[in-house]
Design a protein around this ligand. Structure first.
Ligand SMILES: NC(=O)c1ccc[n+]([C@@H]2O[C@H](COP(=O)([O-])OP(=O)(O)OC[C@H]3O[C@@H](n4cnc5c(N)ncnc54)[C@H](O)[C@@H]3O)[C@@H](O)[C@H]2O)c1
Ligand SMILES: O=C(O)C[C@H](O)C(=O)O
Length: 311
């Protein structure tokens, strides 16, 4: 199983590290536009192999996509991250051009790859990847919900005073500060609804803290997060590589599911060897449906900024 990760920055390198540590891929190729960076990170990571006990071969390449040929899975993390005070949507001007050209270069050498889009604004970059390639919808997946759900579980566990392993929960909708929809109604502590333990007010606080999870870290770090994003991408890569059929909320191109069309947005999906094996349509209540509609409107508005690049 060959995996290419484009962008050897914070998220790309973290993702490559987690993939290697889990030791399910034969090869990971890191690609970056900055001379020597991908080669350097690959060498540094390879020097952890004997310490961390993995056999995955990690190589680096400065923009030479021939090294990525015949990848089974390609992850796109190239582009700029936000700084404190910015929204993800403000990155579109620079990142759209990068994601378009990287997607085209990847597919020129790996026509059968399944692509995972990470660069922000992620739902719009996933939509862009669909539009420039016209690949079947199962082969382009946006990573956002897996990360947002991990943050939701962290916040729930904190509020409950429970171990994170006892908590389950999911975030759907757009991967943005206002568009995320943490599904508190369906969240559980060992199968018991969390509303049994937490007041509505505390649950609302959990929801708000989850939605600004990325912004909170960006303020603390001066740039956006990488450990949990890298872990979330690696979990999705593993689900594909090992045909795990795991369910993650992720940005899927919708054609009528959830009443939405011509948009990529976070919904639950089964992830396996074919990428998105199935989009799972769960029963939402009226309030959740209204939130998903308004989240989709915001993503569509951001997609509108792609009109020039899609000409
Ligand atoms: N979807 C998510 O949940 C999620 C989570 C974290 C970060 N992100 C996004 O991922 C992106 C990367 O974040 P980061 O923290 O790793 O940033 P970073 O600056 O550390 O790394 C980005 C890397 O991309 C490289 N790059 C730029 N243009 C390129 C090109 N044309 N080809 C190849 N490489 C190129 C840069 O040289 C840099 O090394 C950002 O857009 C960020 O907002 C998304
Ligand atoms: O917050 C960001 O800008 C990066 C990423 O989308 C995240 O959620 O960590």
């Amino acid at each position: 199983m060959k995996v290419t990760v484009v962008g050897a920055g914070a998220v790309g390198a973290s993702c490559a590290e987690y993939i290697a540590i889990k030791d399910f891929a034969s090869e990971v190729v890191l690609v970056d536009i900055k001379e020597g960076v991908a080669e350097g990170k690959a060498m540094d990571l390879m020097q952890t192999a004997s310490l961390n006990g993995f056999d995955t071969k990690i190589t680096g390449s400065t923009n030479d996509y021939s090294k990525t040929a015949d990848s089974d899975i390609a992850v796109i993390t190239s582009g700029i991250p936000r700084k404190p005070g910015m929204t993800r949507e403000e990155l579109i001007g620079i990142n759209a051009g990068i994601v378009k050209s990287v997607t085209e270069s990847l597919l020129a050498h790996s026509p059968n790859a399944i692509i995972i889009v990470v660069s922000n604004p992620m739902d719009t970059m996933t939509y862009l990847a669909h539009k420039v390639t016209d690949l079947p919808k199962n082969r382009i997946i946006g990573m956002g919900g897996a990360l947002d759900s991990a943050r939701f579980k962290y916040r729930l566990a904190e509020a409950l005073g429970a171990p994170i392993s006892d908590v389950d929960g999911m975030v759907i909708g757009g991967h943005s500060d206002t568009g995320m929809i943490p599904l508190t109604r369906l969240a559980t502590r060992n199968s018991v609804p969390v509303s049994k333990f937490l007041s509505e007010e505390r649950l609302n606080q959990v929801m708000e803290d989850t939605k600004v999870g990325g912004a909170t870290l960006t303020k603390l770090l001066g740039t956006s997060a990488w450990y949990a994003p890298g872990a979330a991408v690696s979990a999705m890569v593993q689900a594909i590589a090992c045909d795990q059929k795991k369910m993650f909320p992720c940005s899927c191109f919708l054609e009528g599911e959830y009443g939405l069309n011509d948009i990529s947005i976070g919904v639950p999906a089964i992830i396996g060897r074919n990428g998105i094996e199935e989009i799972v349509e769960i029963e939402l209540d009226e309030a959740e449906k209204a939130k998903l509609t308004s989240s989709a409107e915001a993503v569509s508005k951001t997609n509108g900024a792609l009109s020039d690049i899609l000409k």
